[in-house]
Design a binder for this molecule. Structure first.
Ligand code: C5P
Length: 399
């Protein structure tokens, strides 16, 4: 499915280098061809043997760079070979060299000898990261659209400081790699604002009991990642989730349909694209108790009342330039009810996905769907990862 699949991982000398093993191993398992380059200082943190074993290919160092064992210069070969270069961890030193176009080792020479997108995952101590010189180099480098910069996280660092400078987690790097392999680095959502809802709403009866559904919000997460990686500013309104919100995405946590409605309506005006992938409850208990109800006080029958139809309300409020996309999780015939919802809720498009097929729907990392829009297009999105599906959806919206 991936149009290109050759990834060069360049490892810098920082303690976060140990996390790269997981990136290399996961990419290999996903069928990506991986080569690894280590700087001299990276080898102080992680061994060649580890990365060569995980990538099933010898890993390269500056020693290989200076040895005449290759018919062509190694940096030229690697630079031409790669569809994507990932530099992780990116150290202050390598960042400075890249910002100035310097080439004094295999890593920097390979970057200069290549034209593919480069994903950068910086990692350093907070004071180092916040130095004017480092921030200047970072901003300078990112003016070149070849370079895709990942945010650093805040948290406990290996120097026992708590602050900015933590490298993005392996799962986040892997998702970004998948995105860049899909888009070849295209930023077609640059300058766009994308508002996404994710997860299943919870309609509480009391502080511990609620009416809910099995949605985990993974499709909404994938949409947020895809939009972010394509250059958008992303707001993600999400219900309680087991995953981390991607760095750089504005997260608005909510619980009930009413809270989701408020946040979606508040954020509607500034959005260009709105994707309502949340599984919103249709009804809620009529009564809410602030105290936990004793078992014996639980009602025999639960009086219910409807919750607002958020996407239908957004459709009423939206401006003509805004695109509103809904989701329809269905069993059996997925097209007829989705078409009905597309029209009744006045959406620009709807993504109908089966929840009775193995390996798709609620909780799965994969999905399949039929994309229907108001122009009458009906496009099948065959089984793929939720991230790939998110990219297919943005590809279709861009057409
Ligand atoms: O639940 P249903 O199949 O009708 O969902 C179709 C679309 O409507 C989805 O995009 C869902 O997020 C949205 N929806 C909503 N408010 C509701 C119910 C559904 O926005 N109360």
């Amino acid at each position: 499915m991936l149009p290109s699949r050759r990834v060069l991982i360049a490892v810098g000398g920082g303690i976060a280098a140990y996390k790269i093993c997981e990136v290399v191993s996961t990419l290999f398992k996903m069928g990506v061809e991986v080569r690894v380059v280590l700087t001299r200082s990276a080898q102080e943190f992680i061994t060649l043997l580890t990365l060569a074993t995980l990538s099933r290919h010898p890993a390269y160092t500056d020693e290989n760079f200076w040895q005449p064992t290759h018919s062509r210069p190694l940096h030229i070969d690697l630079g031409e070979w790669a569809d994507l270069i990932v530099i992780a961890p990116l150290t202050a030193n390598t960042l400075a060299k890249l910002a100035y176009g310097m080439a004094d080792n295999l890593l920097t020479n390979t970057v200069l000898a290549s034209t593919c997108p480069v994903l950068l995952a910086p990692a350093m101590n907070t004071d180092m990261w916040e130095q004017q010189a480092v921030q200047r180099n970072w901003q300078q480098l990112l003016t070149d659209k070849r370079f895709h910069g990942m945010n650093t996280a805040s948290g406990l660092l290996a120097c026992d400081r708590v602050g900015a400078g933590r490298m993005a987690e392996p799962l986040e790097i892997i998702a970004y790699v998948q995105s860049l392999l899909h888009t070849a680095g295209k930023r077609d959502l640059l300058g766009k604002r994308v508002l996404i809802s994710a997860g299943g709403t919870r309609e509480h009866l009391d502080p511990v009991r609620f009416i809910g559904n099995p949605s985990t919000g993974k499709m909404g997460l994938a949409l947020a990642q895809a939009a972010l990686h394509r250059g958008a500013s992303v707001t993600l309104v999400h219900t309680p989730a087991s995953w981390d919100v991607p760095l750089g995405v504005q997260a608005i946590p909510v619980v009930s349909a009413e809270e989701m409605r408020t946040s979606m309506v508040q954020n509607l005006a500034s959005a260009d694209v709105i994707v309502m992938s949340a599984a919103v409850a249709d009804v809620k208990p009529r009564e809410y108790s602030n105290e936990k109800l004793a078992k014996k006080s639980l009602p025999q029958a639960l009086p219910l009342e409807p919750v607002p139809d958020i996407v239908a309300e957004l459709a009423q409020l939206k401006q003509p330039h805004q695109r509103l996309i809904g989701f329809a999780a269905q069993t059996g015939d997925i097209v007829t009810p989705a078409l009905e919802k597309l029209q009744r809720k006045n959406l620009d498009a709807i993504v109908a996905n089966p929840i009775d097929e193995p390996n798709s729907g609620f909780g799965s990392d994969n999905n399949q769907a039929i994309f229907l829009d108001k122009q009458g297009q009906k496009i099948e999105i065959p089984p793929c990862s939720k991230l790939q599906m998110a990219h297919h959806i943005f590809d279709l919206l861009g057409k």
